[in-house]
Design a protein around this ligand. Structure first.
Ligand code: MD6
Ligand code: FE
Length: 208
């Protein structure tokens, strides 16, 4: 694992190759189990009802959802009504390593991208506190990740996220605008049918 600092914002770190192939396969198996209990759903944009191009699920006491009424965290799956499955220990261990001072994560959003899917420039700001970082893990095909500043119009730069890479948005970079421009087809053999999975771990509520 190699830690690389990107851009001008303190608190953005890129841990290239954090999970080796065995680690990626083990994590993928855990994600498969989670998705078999909490199936991927297709979120829609608030107000317009336009579908996202990614499908989502969650694990942890809280899960992030988006529907016609807005973005929010909730303790249950929007379609099954069941509580989200637990966050796997591998991801809790990752959090302890990269965010040792933060209270434990409450939500892990699972995003699944088919080849044409993308994620527009956004800030992660639906949490009640921003002291903890957001920690992201990429699995499967590579993606072009774009990151800017604290204002939407600030200049951005992009870099490639590969299977097994981890990105931490903390400190000054916690509210940086970021998004996924595109998925690079056939760049990983981890997912048999291609595509990309991104996991983002978040603390939602203040520490108790
Ligand atoms: C993705 N990632 O990599 C989308 N958010 O598919 C995110 O939206 C993200 O990578 C917060 C922190 C890190 C991230
Ligand atoms: Fe995000």
């Amino acid at each position: 694992m190699q830690k690389i600092k990107i851009g001008g914002l303190a608190g953005l770190s890129y841990l290239s190759g954090y999970f080796d192939r065995d680690g990626q396969e083990a994590l993928l198996e855990q994600i498969r189990t989670i998705v078999s209990e909490a199936p991927l759903f297709q979120p829609v944009m608030p107000k317009t009802g336009k579908p996202f191009s990614v499908k989502m699920s969650n694990c942890g006491p809280l899960g992030w959802v988006s529907d016609i009424n807005g973005y929010r965290y909730q303790p249950t799956h929007p379609e099954t009504g069941k509580p989200w499955p637990e966050i796997p220990d591998t991801l809790l261990d990752l959090w302890c390593e990269v965010a040792p001072d933060a209270p434990k994560p409450e939500a892990c959003l699972i995003n699944f991208y088919e080849t044409g899917a993308r994620m527009g420039l956004h800030q992660d700001r639906d949490e009640q506190m921003f002291e903890a970082p957001v920690v992201s893990v990429s699995l499967g095909d590579s993606a072009t990740f774009r990151v800017g500043g604290l204002k939407r119009k600030d200049p951005t730069s992009s870099f490639r996220l590969l299977s097994g890479d981890v990105v931490v948005l903390g400190g000054e970079a916690r509210l940086a605008f970021h998004g996924i421009d595109r998925i690079l087809k056939d760049t990983s053999t981890l997912l048999k049918n291609g595509g990309r999975i991104n996991l983002t771990l978040r603390r939602v509520t203040p520490a108790d």
